[in-house]
Design a protein around this ligand. Structure first.
Ligand code: URA
Length: 207
């Protein structure tokens, strides 16, 4: 019974990704190579939500495959969390950028773009029905919680959505990319502490 339900939810995700590939709900589609939809099993216990695809993700069509994704992969390896067991997605599914010469420079998505993309994210959350959602950075936190949340003041803490789902807010991996050497290692250790909490159950033990 549960296996059928899971297969159905996986099929739903596939269907959603197909529909999102044609999304023109905001103007970002016009400058992007493609929609970058979420990826991972419908059975994932954790859903990690980022901001939007970057240059590399836009070209390859997969979330978190650029520099921020490599840092996330390093963290997942250190946590012993296989990437293929997580559902990874973004608040916004098209790359927003501005051109500087030939370079496409990341531009933070605005609230209207986050809102236009919100039906996709909500349907992903409903289909995966994760035990917990990890919001990586302010854009993700706002998209998931429906309100602005100061990330530094709330990092590593459990918050709740209106539907009761648990959300852990922490830094976006690109925030760590700015650090070098020892500073990066210190920031990484604190980030791993935050992320580790996401796998705790409601009482604080390992789930
Ligand atoms: N940053 C994000 O927030 N998401 C990605 O997929 C890549 C970089």
């Amino acid at each position: 019974m549960a296996r059928i339900a899971r297969a159905e939810r996986q099929a739903q995700l596939t269907q959603l990704a197909r529909q999102a590939a044609r999304c023109q709900a905001c103007p970002l589609w016009a400058g992007a190579t493609q929609t970058v939809f979420g990826e991972g099993p419908a059975s994932a216990r954790l859903m990690l939500v980022g901001e939007q695809p970057g240059d590399r993700e836009d070209q390859q069509g997969h979330p978190f495959v650029g520099p921020a994704g490599h840092l996330l992969d390093e963290a997942l390896e250190r946590l012993g969390w296989p990437r293929e067991k997580l559902y990874l997605t973004n608040a916004v599914k098209h790359f927003k950028y501005e051109l500087r010469g030939k370079r496409r420079m990341h531009k933070t998505p605005g609230q209207r773009e986050v809102q236009a993309c919100s039906p996709w994210l909500e349907q992903e959350i409903a289909a995966v029905d994760p035990k917990a959602i990890v919001a990586l950075g302010a854009t993700a936190a706002r998209a998931v919680l429906g309100r602005a949340v100061p990330v530094l003041a709330n990092r590593g803490q459990w918050l709740r959505r209106e539907d009761g789902r648990r959300v852990l807010v922490t830094l976006h991996p690109s925030a760590l990319l700015r650090d070098r050497g020892t500073q990066r290692e210190v920031a990484m250790a604190a980030w791993l502490d935050d992320l580790r909490r996401a796998d705790e159950d409601e009482e604080g033990g390992g789930a």
